[in-house]
Structure formats: structure tokens, C-alpha cells
Design a protein around this ligand. Structure first.
Ligand code: DON
Length: 357
């Protein structure tokens, strides 16, 4: 029996809000506070207001998820973790398996680090709800997931996001008549040289590093070159851009391309091989982990999951050596046309989207 609680509930039932925040219940709360150096006053209780908030909403595979918004971190973190897990297949990895547990722990570690940094009462702090619950952010946040090794909580910190992709941009377009455009455009670095010609809104590029300033070693993201790409008046610098259209029997099959400096070509190569040779659907072809080798430096860069430890060991045994795990390679926004269906895929490594009109 809980007669005190029953009486409080009766007062709330009879008086509504006032049955708790005013009158007998409030008097009892404040008296107990005063007797024990507590802080809550009658004014605190009278001023308290319940706020109705919109739930957060997302989806996991085919399921809609609705959950609690800030000031709870619950809904946002839940969606962030589900988004991180979605590209994987916990079902196939198996309940309780090392793979599934490792995957879930790594998602939890990252989400809770974000929680500490970004979550709080939205009446006091600007909580980036849309970003934290987006698929793009989850993909970016989980891009350093190593299926073979735990990350270090002390090193991992809170996630961050660019206000806008810093990259070169690739877009693929197809219209209802089958006309196709594959377009990669570059200022080279983020906002080029960050100089806008007043009155034009035009950003100046900083494309000079695309020339071979000296034969070796190459700058990060650039590639060894020599006289053929040396700086000369009037000469255009060498690009790695590879906007590409693949046709079969005269019909457009695949439209693809990517940013990523010197990695661009290898990214495009892998999307094409994934579709043509590995018979992957577009999503898998675009999202499968990528590798990069550019002759010099003589090393392999692989996205997490691109090669198992056994495969890495076998490659080293063959003499390949020096394999490093890269965060993310490229952003191959692509279109695949199969059986008359035009399918678009925005590479989840960066921001971007798919639209049909
Ligand atoms: O044309 C090129 O190869 C370079 N300007 C591309 C630079 C790039 O992709 C940077 N973004 N990731």
C-alpha cells in the first residue's frame, strides 16, 4: 500500500497541474527541501512548464523509427547507431558473434562520444539533430570503423562534419530520353584558393598543385609526374578526373565519376568492375570498400573492410608490403540503367543525394 502516493495522485486527479505544483503537494515538497537544505522553492514549482516536443524520426531498413527528441539523447543516439549499423548485416554476422559485438560496440562508442559533445536541452544549446540522425553523417562517422580492431575511446573524440563537402564534385544525370551527363568539376582544394572576385561570386581555383612541381615525391593526393606535366606558360595542368559513361549495345548502362584527387581513377575503376565483373547492384558497387595504389609511393591504401587480415597477409607475402587503412576514398555518385529502370545512388561517403523529376 502506498497511501501517500495515492493521496498525491488524487490531488493531481482533482486539480490537474495545481495538484502537484501548488497546494498541499507543493507545500510538502518545499517543506522537505527547507528541512534538508534543498533548493526547490514554491516559485520553482509554479514556474515549471511541461513542453510538448516533436519526436525524432528516421528509418532502419524498411522500418520507421520514432523516438524521444532532446533534451533526451535517446532518440538521436538510437538513430545514429542504427544508421551506423544499417550498411552492415548484424543478422548474417549472427547474434552474439565477435563480429556483431565488435560492430555494435564501435557504433556505441562513437554515438556516446557525440552525445557528450552535442546533446543537451535544445532551449539552451543548438543540438544538430538533422546532422546526427542523417545517414550521411553516420556513414562519415563510421568510416574509420576497422572490422579487425577496436578503436581507442580516448583518441576517438566527438564527430565533426563539414558545412559542405570540401571536395571536387561529381554528378551523374540522365533524362527520360536516355541523354546522359557525367560531370566532375574541381576547384582543387576546399573553396579553391578561397578568393572570390568581388561582384561575381566566382571562386578562384588553386589548381597549380595538379602540375608536377618536381618529379618526386608527390604531395598527398597528387601523383608523381615529370616533364610531361611540368609547369609551362599556357599549359593546362594534368587532372585525375574521370567522369565516365559506360554503354552496352549502344545504350547507356552506367554513369559514374568521383572526386578524390589521384584516387579518382581507381575509384571509378572499381565502380565499373563491381558492376561489369562482380555483377553487383548499384548500391553495392558504389558502397563496397575501395583500394588505391598509385605506383609512387609504393603502398596500398584500403578502406576498412576492403581486405581481411588474411588477404593483407597474403598480399604482403607476395611482396606488396605497406598496406594502410584509409578513412574514405571518393564519392562516386552514379546511375545504373537496367531493364529500363534508371537507378541513382549517392555515394554515402560524402554528402549528396538522388532526385528524380
Ligand atoms: O583534377 C584533379 O585531379 C584535382 N583537381 C581533383 C582534386 C580533388 O578531387 C579534390 N577533392 N577531393
Amino acid at each position: 500500500m502506498q497511501p501517500d502516493l495515492a493521496n498525491t495522485l488524487k490531488r493531481i486527479s482533482a486539480e490537474g497541474r495545481d495538484g502537484f505544483y501548488k497546494g498541499e503537494t507543493a507545500n510538502l515538497i518545499v517543506a522537505e527541501m527547507q528541512a534538508n537544505d534543498g533548493l526547490i522553492t514554491h516559485a520553482d514549482l509554479e514556474n515549471y512548464e511541461v513542453v510538448w516536443r516533436e519526436p525524432v524520426q528516421g528509418n532502419y531498413r524498411d522500418y520507421e523509427i520514432w523516438s524521444m527528441p532532446p533534451p533526451s539523447s535517446g532518440g538521436i543516439m538510437l538513430l545514429e547507431m542504427l544508421n551506423m549499423l544499417e550498411p552492415y548485416d548484424p543478422g548474417a554476422l549472427g547474434y552474439g558473434s565477435v563480429e556483431t559485438l565488435h560492430l555494435m560496440i564501435e557504433a556505441q562508442r562513437r554515438a556516446y562520444a557525440d552525445r557528450a559533445e552535442y546533446l543537451g536541452d535544445p532551449d539552451f544549446v543548438d543540438v544538430p539533430v538533422e546532422i546526427l540522425t542523417s545517414k550521411e553523417y553516420a556513414r562519415h562517422r563510421f568510416s574509420d570503423f576497422d572490422p579487425m580492431a577496436a578503436s581507442d575511446s580516448n583518441a576517438i573524440g566527438a564527430g565533426s562534419w563539414p558545412a559542405e563537402s570540401p571536395d571536387t564534385t561529381h554528378l551523374s544525370v540522365m533524362d527520360s530520353t536516355g541523354m546522359a551527363v557525367s560531370l566532375t568539376t574541381t576547384l582543387n582544394a576546399t573553396y579553391g584558393n578561397r578568393w572570390v572576385i568581388p561582384g561575381t561570386g566566382i571562386l578562384m581555383n588553386n589548381e597549380m598543385p595538379d602540375f608536377a612541381a618536381k618529379p618526386a615525391p608527390p604531395a598527398p593526393g597528387s601523383i608523381t609526374g615529370a616533364v610531361a606535366n611540368a609547369i609551362e606558360p599556357g599549359k593546362r595542368m594534368m587532372s585525375s578526373m574521370a567522369p565516365t559513361i559506360v554503354k552496352k549495345d549502344g545504350q547507356v548502362l552506367l554513369i559514374t565519376g568521383s572526386p578524390g584527387g589521384s584516387t579518382i581513377i581507381n575509384t571509378v575503376l572499381q565502380v565499373i568492375i563491381n558492376v561489369l565483373d562482380h555483377d553487383m547492384g548499384l548500391e553495392q558497387a558504389v558502397m563496397s570498400p575501395r583500394i588505391h595504389h598509385q605506383w609512387q609511393p609504393d603502398s596500398i591504401r584500403a578502406e576498412p573492410g576492403a581486405m581481411s587480415e588474411a588477404v593483407q597477409a597474403a598480399l604482403v607475402e607476395m611482396g606488396h608490403g605497406n598496406i594502410s587503412i584509409s578513412n574514405s576514398q571518393g564519392d562516386a555518385n552514379s546511375i545504373l540503367v537496367r531493364d529500363g529502370v534508371i537507378e541513382g545512388m549517392a555515394d554515402l561517403r560524402e554528402d549528396g543525394g538522388v532526385a528524380g523529376f
